[in-house]
Ligand binder design. Structure first.
Ligand SMILES: [Zn+2]
Length: 623
């Protein structure tokens, strides 16, 4: 897994090549003025690179963010771009080259420190002939593109030369190019060749016998600018070791400063260096390397590099980019595919969120260790009759009831509950009093932590369908495990399953005997694998994409824990539960032991039911 996947928060993909205007002037050897092909506008023409088209590109993401990205409808063309992390060994350890862009209005990266790089250019195709050690087929395979992958490598090499005066190339003697390979005239020729209107870098390579060292670039990461921004970039980042002997230089116009700096130091917000989040995250991803060689070698080993596309959303901290590993990411992609930034990255109590034409959510203000961000109350309905059902009215909280009533787009006719824990059903009487709705669910079992006052008009049966409207149907699925009376509701028209506490987002469901039953829980998860599902709408947390993947992970997690229980019984049994606990939950902090002990009991009881363990006088052992 590429390290960059651990990153969070990015302003947008690196856009160092965008919006450059004006002439550049360099003052030292091995650097050049930027080649311009459209001086009249000052803008560089953007090669409509095949990789930049949304269609084929979506296919390259099947291993990572398939659903959200395919759901996206980019309103602007993605511009293919390449960025280069040039690293070297400094006195304090590895350093990376940053260049600072000139300050300019209407440029999101104005004044920011970036890595050398920019958009692909038609001339990059002509550079193929002069690439060393990497052909287009191999380059495309590495970038997971059908073709023209080499353009990204060569654009990174070219941009690094144009912006920072460092040319990753082999001299005709096979050595990496050093200043003393070229006399003053040749250096001047090289500089002239890449100036605006000049014959270009390919011509200079041919004349000087240079071959561009594409094989000295290691593919590091892949970012897409969030949807919704006026300019969007499809940027590949590479790592290269600085060519020894060459000296970095900036032009003083487009690039007003350059500096070699330790990546961790640059990424530290206290450094005061203005930069986009993508730059900061990329710096953090290489900060742990001791040497340039380590960084290059490790990056060269990366495979299956995932596309990282932040999405813009709003919340307490204002609008910010949300990363694919954040809990709100999939939901944001669903309700705001075009990046209008109206979706939220946090569950704000009392604030209604429209999840589809048929579904709204209001989160109760009861967040805690056990309830996560608070209990979700869903409103499901609409259609011609505009009638609505409430799924899980929530805790007995007058403010929450008011918020649900205010959020309902039409009359509430049904109140259905997933189960009768105190954070899910106790608001039913107040909501019923206000609406006259019919309450449905299953009666509370006579155990702890139950809403014993819950009174349903009748018990719902597994497989029963509740017709909310002409095209809005909830099917009841009995899912015992977390609670014996637990029901999930499948909105059949949208293949969205309201999971209550059977599946939560981001936390492990508590299975507390006697009402909680691990064997039943795993069976209930397995039964869901037979359903055609597209989204999970949990009782706690955001919408969950790729339901079957999530369910598989939950089952694997439980069976992995069960295997640890069996091993502990084998090694320690017969043993009391207290002796087994630290062994089975060696990955859990001690303060969580009371909760963990209930889960351990649930596992032990399952093993007894499975005939794999026995208990006598409070001591457990394998059967
Ligand atoms: Zn519960």
């Amino acid at each position: 897994m590429p390290k960059a996947q651990l990153c969070t928060g990015a302003g947008h993909a690196e856009i160092p090549g965008a919006e450059r205007t004006g002439q550049r002037r360099y003052t030292m050897s091995l650097h050049a003025t930027k080649h311009r092909t459209n001086p009249s506008t000052g803008a560089r023409p953007v090669l409509p690179h095949p990789a930049a088209r949304p269609g084929p590109r979506a296919d390259t993401m099947t291993t990572t963010e398939t659903t959200p990205i395919q759901a996206a409808k980019p309103s602007t063309l993605l511009r293919a771009a390449a960025s280069l992390l040039v690293v070297r060994d400094g006195p304090q350890g590895m350093e990376v080259l940053l260049v600072r862009r000139v300050e300019r209005a209407n440029d999101r990266s104005s004044g920011a420190y970036v890595f050398p790089g920019g958009t692909l250019d038609p001339q990059d195709q002509a550079l193929h002939l002069h690439a060393a050690g990497l052909d287009d087929a191999a380059a495309s395979e590495r970038l997971n593109l059908p073709a023209n992958g080499l353009d990204f490598y060569l654009a990174a090499v070219r941009e690094c030369f144009e912006e920072a005066g460092l040319l990753l190339a082999y001299h005709r003697d096979g050595e990496m190019l050093a200043p003393d390979h070229l006399d003053a005239g040749q250096q001047d020729f090289l500089r002239q060749a890449v100036q605006r209107g000049g014959p270009g870098l390919a011509h200079a390579c041919a004349e000087l016998g240079l071959r561009l060292a594409a094989d000295r670039l290691a593919y590091h990461s892949y970012w897409l600018t969030p949807p919704g921004l006026p300019k969007r970039f499809d940027t590949r980042f590479f790592v290269a070791i600085a060519p020894s002997g060459q000296v970095a230089i900036h032009d003083g116009m487009e690039i007003v400063e350059h500096r070699w700096i330790r990546p961790g130091e640059a990424a530290d917000p206290d450094s005061g260096l203005p930069m986009m989040h993508v730059t900061r995250r990329t710096l953090q991803s290489i900060a742990h390397f001791e040497t340039a060689q380590d960084c290059f070698a490790s990056t060269s080993q990366l495979r299956d590099i995932a596309c990282i596309m932040p999405r813009l959303a709003k919340g307490a901290a204002g609008v910010r980019p949300v990363m694919p590993n954040e809990s709100s990411y999939a939901e944001i992609g669903r309700i705001d595919p075009d990046g209008k930034a109206h979706a939220r990255y946090e569950l704000a109590p009392g604030e209604p969120v429209q999840l589809s034409g048929r579904v709204w959510r209001v989160t109760a203000n009861n967040g805690s260790v056990m309830t996560g961000p608070g209990t979700n109350t869903y409103l499901v309905g609409g259609g011609a009759r505009n009638e609505w059902a409430v799924i899980d009215p929530g805790p007995d909280d007058a403010a929450h009831v008011q918020a649900v009533l205010a959020a309902a787009p039409g009359p509430i006719r049904w109140i259905v509950v997933t189960h009768t824990h105190m954070d899910h059903s106790p608001a039913a009487p107040a909501l019923q009093a206000a609406t006259g709705a019919t309450v449905l669910g299953r009666a509370a079992p006579p155990t702890q932590w139950q809403d014993t006052g819950f009174a349903a008009a009748r018990d719902l049966q597994h497989g029963e369908r509740i017709a909310i409207g002409d095209d809005c149907t909830l099917r009841v699925i009995h899912t015992p495990g977390h609670a014996s009376n637990h029901l999930c509701y499948l909105l059949e028209e949208e293949k969205t399953l309201f999971t209550g506490d059977h599946v939560m987002q981001g936390s492990t469901v508590v299975i507390a005997p006697p009402d909680g039953d691990m064997r039943a829980y795993i069976d209930s998860l397995a039964a869901l694998q037979e359903e055609d599902l597209e989204w999970l709408a949990p009782g706690h947390g955001f919408l969950i994409a790729r339901p079957q993947e999530a369910i598989r992970l939950l089952m694997r997690h439980r069976l992995h824990r069960e295997a640890k229980v069996v091993n502990a019984l084998r090694d320690l049994g017969p043993a009391p539960i207290e002796a087994l606990l630290p062994r089975v939950y060696d990955d859990v902090p001690e303060r969580m032991y009371p909760v963990a002990q209930r889960s351990l009991l649930a596992h032990l009881l399952k093993l007894v039911a499975d005939g794999k363990a026995v208990e006598a006088d409070g001591r457990w052992q394998t059967a």
